[in-house]
Design a protein around this ligand. Structure first.
Ligand code: GLN
Length: 191
């Protein structure tokens, strides 16, 4: 099983490391051809506006939309913005792969970044894990078709619909591996 990690900008390296720790071959994806061997793709945190520009310039925007018809995608932080159907503020053309509406930088500026426990339910088990929120977005609306898998207080922070998993925080920055493991289970189930 090979998992791609979009490696144009932002926090892709720690996703690669996490996948390797879990015994999976991780592929840095910088152009459409590199998706060919992959059975899943992670869109990391970074700057969503920059990521969209770069993806469009090299043909990855459409290639990823096609890829998502067949294989699972996991968007974290900026990646969560990218997969959402709509972004309310500071127009970002998103991939529209999951029925959530996101708001960028919804907790405030860089200084308002924080680490706190989030409640997650995965594979019928409940976990309290550390969530690292860095200039994070909020999921301000999730359609009924979307499963809420994690919350921080009243905020929805981890969701899934079909082949798409999205977190507003950075699971690659904490020790807990369960969310990546869950994504790998989704990929296995889709092969
Ligand atoms: N603030 C960034 C954006 O709007 C996301 C931050 C992150 O990925 N840590 O794209």
């Amino acid at each position: 099983m090979k998992i791609g990690v979009l490696a144009l900008q932002g926090d892709f390296y720690l996703h690669i490391k996490r996948l390797q720790e879990l015994g999976v071959t991780a592929v840095e994806v910088r152009k459409p051809e590199e998706l060919q061997d992959c059975q899943g793709l992670i869109l990391p945190g970074g700057e969503s506006t920059t990521l969209v520009k770069l993806m469009k310039n090299i043909g990855l925007f459409d290639a990823i939309k096609d890829f998502a018809k067949k294989y699972p995608l996991f968007g974290t932080c900026a990646g969560c913005i990218l997969v959402s159907k709509e972004v309310t503020n500071q127009q970002v053309e998103s991939l529209n792969l999951i029925n959530i509406v996101t708001e960028r930088n919804a907790y405030g500026r860089q200084i308002d970044s924080f680490v706190d426990l989030v409640k997650v339910e995965l594979m019928e088990r409940q976990f309290e894990i550390e969530g690292v929120f860095i200039r994070a977005p909020k999921i301000i609306k999730a359609e009924d078709s979307v499963r809420v898998l994690g919350v921080h207080g009243d905020e929805i922070v981890l969701v899934e619909e079909g082949n798409v998993l999205a977190a507003t925080f950075h699971p690659e920055l904490s020790e807990e591996k369960i969310i990546h493991e869950y994504f790998l289970e989704k990929v296995k189930a889709s092969i």
